[in-house]
Design a protein around this ligand. Structure first.
Ligand SMILES: Cc1cc2nc3c(=O)[nH]c(=O)nc-3n(C[C@H](O)[C@H](O)[C@H](O)COP(=O)(O)OP(=O)(O)OC[C@H]3O[C@@H](n4cnc5c(N)ncnc54)[C@H](O)[C@@H]3O)c2cc1C
Length: 490
């Protein structure tokens, strides 16, 4: 008898969980799937919204699946339906569509929501968050050439939004309350270099400003020690990118343990054995999510467990690696915030603010545990490789800092020199070795490699590397082509 699994949330991780279940149980013999998605459309690649905002992709191009996908996979997909309550005793999910859905196992993949600061004016129609495709479409609609935008929040999303809006010919002021940008990932020096790079690209960056009100028709009112009487940032529209909060309300209301996210163990189980949580809404080992790679890894582990394909599967955490997706800004960071100023860390730094370059690395016992690179793609690739593999750092620290310690690194190197363990596609955790295996199994062009391994289907930043590996394999390991038989030959 198949078990009924209900998934709440049809975002990047809920959709991936469905794929992972059907990879293991293609006919639905073990699992019947019902998916409830609050958004009115089927799942799309949220990570690529910054590229949509910058004009690099259209909305249909970021859809995750072709029409008819759910029906083909025997999935009861209900879009535009919000789960409103969980009755854990009767194992029922209530919805705003008036229908109750019963479950044997419930998977929460409710993601996160944009946080709005508690200041006046946030209900104005020209104030938009940056979380979903509807937000993105609204921003594009407001971003007519010559329009003036304020972007509130100089984290990863705020920087991407500001860069994207400038590319649309809009006047942009990026307002950030802290003394430097992206303070969760960057130290002061790196933040300064990033601000300089954004300024050169046309973004007006204001630091140390706290927003106190949005004044419709005028702009964003701010205070800060640099502006004793306060100041008005003149703007027609405001994009709020001031942080996200895990969507935990449904779980908390049902009495399931939550902290910053829904608390889960290595089996992605919550405090109720029948309820699981994955993706941005889940909190594993104290680490709040917010990146797609952990969520996609969790989706695979939970699919292993619920289909009983691998009852020993466990999720042990994902080392954080972030990249800014903004044209002409090459920025990557590894490690937990604070790795660079933790006690006992050996810290290496190089700064070239005029050239828009910055490198910092934190080592502990010869292992790279944190770092940030701006404008140094080779060094960024090498940093990520040392961080991922835990390889001991060489004695030549300068070579390490500047990315000369490895014969090759994924983004830049001759693919032949890359070790098989090098992670090429970060979002999907695909190594060079996995690409080579897929090639040898018959996936002998880029689309086929992507279908076989999923490389390149997340943020897309590994595209050049996958193409490079494909070209290298075509030379070093050419596909065996069956000899064409002559018509009528014996
Ligand atoms: C602009 C932007 C750029 C990003 N860039 C990157 C990046 O470069 N790299 C990276 O790793 N990550 C990036 N992220 C973060 C990444 O998108 C998230 O980590 C990822 O989407 C998490 O997937 P999820 O399925 O957990 O949540 P989501 O994708 O947010 O999906 C959750 C879904 O659940 C639905 N839902 C919520 N509550 C209910 C309910 N009660 N009933 C029914 N449905 C419900 C929501 O409507 C939503 O559709 C970016 C995010 C944004 C917004």
């Amino acid at each position: 008898m198949s078990r009924r699994v209900v998934v709440v949330g049809h975002g990047m991780v809920g959709a991936r969980f469905v794929e992972e279940v059907r990879r293991r149980d293609p006919k639905g013999a073990r699992i019947r799937l019902t998916v409830l998605g609050a958004e009115p459309r089927p799942a799309y690649n949220r990570v690529l919204l910054s590229t949509v905002l910058a004009g690099g992709l259209s909305a249909p191009a970021v859809e995750l699946h072709p029409a008819g996908w759910a029906a083909r996979l025997r999935v009861d997909l209900r879009t535009g339906v919000t789960a409103t309550a969980i009755d854990r005793e009767r194992r029922i999910v209530r919805t705003d569509a008036g229908s109750d859905v019963s479950y044997d196992e419930l998977v929460l993949a409710t993601g996160s929501r944009a946080w709005l600061p508690p200041i006046d004016g946030m209900a104005d129609p020209n104030v938009v968050t940056f979380r979903d495709l509807a937000d993105c479409e609204r921003i594009i609609d407001l971003a007519r050439p010559g329009a003036r935008f304020a972007v509130l929040g100089g984290g990863l999303l705020g920087c991407e939004a500001a860069r994207g809006l400038v590319a649309r010919g809009v006047d942009v002021t990026l307002v950030h309350p802290k003394p430097h940008l992206m303070e969760r990932q960057l130290d002061g020096g790196a933040g300064e270099v990033l601000a300089g790079t954004l300024r050169r690209l046309g973004v007006d960056v204001l630091l140390g400003r706290t927003a106190v009100a949005w004044e419709a028709g005028a702009g964003l009112r701010c205070t800060g020690s640099a502006v004793p009487g306060g100041e008005l940032v003149a703007a027609d529209a405001l994009v709020v990118a001031a942080g996200v909060r895990a969507e935990t309300g449904l779980a908390a209301d049902a009495g399931i343990a939550v902290d910053r996210g829904v608390l889960v163990d290595d089996r992605l189980g919550t405090s109720d054995v029948r309820v699981h949580a994955i993706g941005d809404c889940a909190q594993h080992s104290g680490a709040a999510a917010g990146l797609v790679q952990p969520g996609w890894e969790q989706a695979g582990v939970l699919a292993d467990l619920l289909t009983t394909e691998d009852p020993g599967a466990r999720y042990r955490g994902t080392p954080p690696v972030t990249r800014l997706k903004a044209r002409d800004v090459d920025l990557a960071t590894v490690g937990e915030p604070g790795a660079l100023d933790g006690p006992g860390a050996e810290v290496l730094r190089f700064a070239d603010p005029v050239g828009g370059r910055y490198a910092s690395l934190a080592l502990r016992g010869d292992r790279v545990v944190g770092g940030a690179m701006i404008g140094l793609p080779d060094a960024a690739a090498s940093m990520i490789q040392f961080y991922d593999t835990g390889m001991p750092a060489p004695a030549d620290r300068l070579g390490l800092l500047l990315g000369r310690a490895l014969p090759g690194a994924p983004e830049t190197a001759d693919p032949g020199h890359l070790p098989a363990s090098a992670v090429v596609c970060r979002c999907n955790t695909v190594t060079k070795g996995a690409l080579v295996t897929a090639w040898r199994a018959g996936a002998t062009d880029v689309p086929a490699l992507s279908r076989a391994t999923r490389a390149g289907t997340g943020c897309g930043s590994c595209g050049d590397t996958v193409r490079g590996i494909c070209a290298w394999l075509a030379e070093s390991d050419p596909p065996v082509i069956s000899p064409v038989r002559e018509e009528g030959a014996a």
